[in-house]
Write a protein that binds this ligand. Sequence first.
Ligand code: CP
Length: 305
Amino acid sequence: MKHLMSPLDLSVEELDRLLDLANDIEAHPSRYSHSCEGKKLATLFYEPSTRTRLSFEAAMLNLGGSVLGFSSADSSSASKGESVSDTIRIISCYADICAMRHPKEGAPLVASMKSSIPVINAGDGGHQHPTQTLTDLLTIRSLKGRLGDFTIGLCGDLKFGRTVHSLIQALVRYPNVRFVLISPEELRLPDNVRDGVLKKSGQEFREEVRLEDAIPELDLLYMTRVQRERFFNEEDYIRMKDFYILDTEKMKLAREDMLVLHPLPRVNEISTEVDDDPRAVYFKQAQYGVYVRMALILTLLGIEV
Ligand code: CP
């Protein structure tokens, strides 16, 4: 049995196979519509979510399976003090696979150690969000035609943004990826990712504060929200929240084939006027999230179609 805690739990070859499967699901959805009949997915969400939880549920329903779960700690026995370890033992009796989001870093890993079903990390604190990374990789590979040989700008809250941490871990394994880390000083990438992952990989990277200085050279721009829920005080959040706003004026500085990605939800960091620009692919990205989660469920359950 395999769990998914980080993108590194999958080798590059396994990732390629998973993305191929997701593309096949996109092209031939009806082939897969009964492949999980009789199987159940539990979504254990101790933190709010729209895309991750509902795309997991849509994925399992598209595969002919069923879903159960909770969408907040308050509506589960966590509110009475039940531990994650006990909860997963119980869920193992009710479901075949589970996706867990938790505000505490490492909580899904603790669950996986006590679980008799595959556990998927659906986001743990400011740490990792591997299924968003699978979504991002599928989006990039499908729309750019390759993983590697590009310059990617990661912009916004690089300190608390777990999607960025997971995406960097995954992308350093591909050839010639140049990273431009665009953030205010206070929201720079944590040392363990900058030094422990980026520097160690030998890939080229640099840090910038102004988006305008970086945007002309980018093949991909990955925007992120300032993570209000991870700030210790509201004043700091208010000072930082509108540091970057991507609008049509800034898009004029970008290449004609630069793609704009965002894990969403968006607050103010991308002006809605950008949504009509063909380079804005963040809503398409959310659709890819369903295909890749279908592929992941099939892979972890060992179901071949
Ligand atoms: N991208 C993402 O994780 O969105 P949700 O918080 O809505 O799940």
